[in-house]
Design a protein around this ligand. Structure first.
Ligand SMILES: [Zn+2]
Length: 129
């Protein structure tokens, strides 16, 4: 079987599913991603340093959310909100990356597969479908 199309893998990754086969429940705890997909056997850490991409993706998405929050705070308070908008921005900067972390790991794996297609031996397609 061929690997799924990029959009399908991205949507699976965005919902914390295996990009290759769509298997869910890959996390045993909030941050604990299984080493391999229980269905297709994809090893999520495809190369050494794989998770650096997930960290980079997390940083980009967290800054995008922070930009929206700061811009929204400036607009809503007419740039004179005192410390409250700053407090909201600080909480956003701390909480959002933590909340995005699991999603960024599966999403990054999907992006990585999009850039470096699956090798024949990476996935057991006989267990998919
Ligand atoms: Zn899988």
């Amino acid at each position: 079987m061929k690997q799924p199309k990029l959009f399908k893998m991205l949507s699976r990754g965005a919902f914390k599913k295996c990009p290759a086969c769509g298997q869910g429940k890959l996390f045993t705890k909030f941050f604990d991603l299984a080493d391999d997909c229980p269905r297709c056997g994809l090893h999520f850490e495809r190369i050494e340093g794989h998770w650096m991409g997930a960290i980079g993706l997390n940083t980009i998405l967290a800054f995008a959310v922070l930009l929206v929050v700061v811009a929204g705070g400036l607009i809503v308070t007419n740039a004179s909100g005192g410390w409250k908008p700053i407090g909201v921005a600080v909480v956003t900067a701390v909480v959002v990356p933590v909340l995005l972390s699991p999603t960024c790991r599966t999403l990054w794996t999907a992006i990585d597969i999009g850039m470096r297609p699956l090798r024949e031996d990476e996935v057991d397609w006989s267990k998919v479908e």
